[in-house]
Ligand binder design. Structure first.
Ligand code: BGC
Length: 381
């Protein structure tokens, strides 16, 4: 049975969708959103996929399993629409094996050394799911849970709200964490993600988004040209845990202050590049924390597609798909090879709970965690 959620906008009020048969709701701005079943989890929980379209014909398909961006169609310089993200056609494939394609990441994005941290004198032990370290929230992170979905009224564009309650002790983290992730497809071709979270006990939080982009929709991403708005990055040890140093990018292959092709220096004889098998590092953004600003710009010369990443977060993990190895067959039969995509993950710095000198990731009861990420698309000549 096909269900659809009606999008209602009434004097700015937020109205949730009722499920009606087979209708896509139209927004005042000309955008729309609808929902269809996407399958079931192993436990039998139904999952829906939501199609958000703006008035320019840009389309994002997002499912409420992991809040995954399953496809994102944006124009090239000739107006030709293509899907610019990696992933699968079917829910089962995401459930079977996914290197975090397109998902929401939490409760802690990136690594916590040896899966341990101390908060208020208590030692918390997490599962180690990445060599000696904990990665992306654990064995069953926010990427592998079913979020409660609601279509919201909004003047910015079609809006999907996802909510999840992460229970006290889940994956070893303290406190009941109530998380809301709101995706909006804006009229200026941005996919905006607004996170908020509250807790009932002191805890640590670091949420991000893990879409794998390829703006040409084929081959590797080495010719994509990247600018990252950062004078420093956080070097890592051989297990990709920051050493604590904030190292100037000046004179290193990590200097993306001027637009540079990803492939220009990626194979240089550099210890940091060897540890990451390419770029897999956190950059320290040149902007006040909490203020929305430009983190990175990526352009693809053959199609003219441009992606701008804006964030309120202090860091940006730039990852060049170094662990893709030709073992996963994705949408339309594309076998994902080494460096066929890149991720831009705005975040706090990896392993912050063990680095008091890094911006704090502690959330206390009565406070609201907030984080906005925008992936905005345009074209160049
Ligand atoms: C990490 C990589 C990891 C990838 C997929 C990125 O955020 O930095 O090391 O392989 O996610 O899990």
């Amino acid at each position: 049975m096909q269900s659809s959620y009606v999008w209602l906008t009434l004097l700015g009020a937020s109205l949730c969708a009722a499920c009606l048969l087979g209708c896509a709701a139209v927004a005042p701005s000309g955008g729309n959103i609808n929902a269809q079943p996407f399958g079931k989890t192993k436990e039998g929980t139904p999952v829906d996929i939501f199609t958000l379209r703006n008035k320019n014909g840009v389309e994002a398909r997002i499912c409420n399993y992991g809040g995954i961006v399953v496809s994102l169609k944006v124009p090239d310089r000739n107006g030709q629409m293509s899907d610019v993200v990696l992933g699968y056609d079917k829910l089962d494939d995401y459930i079977k094996s996914s290197p975090y394609f397109g998902c929401l990441v939490g409760r802690y994005g990136n690594r916590i050394a040896k899966g341990k941290f101390t908060l208020n004198g208590n030692v918390y032990t997490l599962a180690t799911n990445n060599g000696p370290n904990a990665l992306h929230g654990g064995i069953k992170g926010f990427d592998k849970v079913v979020w409660e979905a609601k279509v919201l009224g909004s003047h910015d564009g079609p809006t999907l709200q996802l909510r999840y309650l992460s229970k006290d002790g889940e994956e070893g983290y303290p406190g009941n964490l109530s998380v809301t992730a709101v995706y909006t497809l804006t009229e200026d071709n941005g996919l905006k993600l607004d996170y908020t979270a509250t807790t009932d006990k002191d805890t640590v939080v670091n949420l991000t988004q893990h879409t794998y982009f390829n703006l040409a929709q084929k081959g590797d991403i080495l010719n994509h040209v990247v600018m990252i708005n950062a004078d420093k990055f956080t070097p890592v040890d051989s297990t990709l845990i920051p050493t604590g140093e904030l190292r100037p990018v000046e004179g290193t292959p990590f200097d993306f202050r001027k637009p540079t092709a990803i492939g220009a220096r990626i194979n240089q004889d550099d210890e940091q590049l060897k540890f990451g098998n390419g770029y897999d590092h956190n950059w320290v953004l040149n902007k006040p924390m909490g203020q929305l600003g430009l983190a990175a710009r990526v352009s693809e010369p053959t199609t003219g597609r441009v992606l701008e990443v804006l964030t309120t977060e202090p860091g940006l993990q730039f990852y060049t798909g170094n662990f893709l190895d030709g073992t996963l067959k994705g949408k339309g039969g594309w076998v994902y090879q080494f460096r066929n995509a890149f991720c831009m993950e705005p975040q706090h710095y990896p392993d912050s709970p063990n680095h008091p000198e890094f911006p704090s990731v502690v959330l206390k009861p009565g406070k609201t965690y907030k984080n906005t990420i925008i992936y905005r698309f345009s074209t160049s000549k």
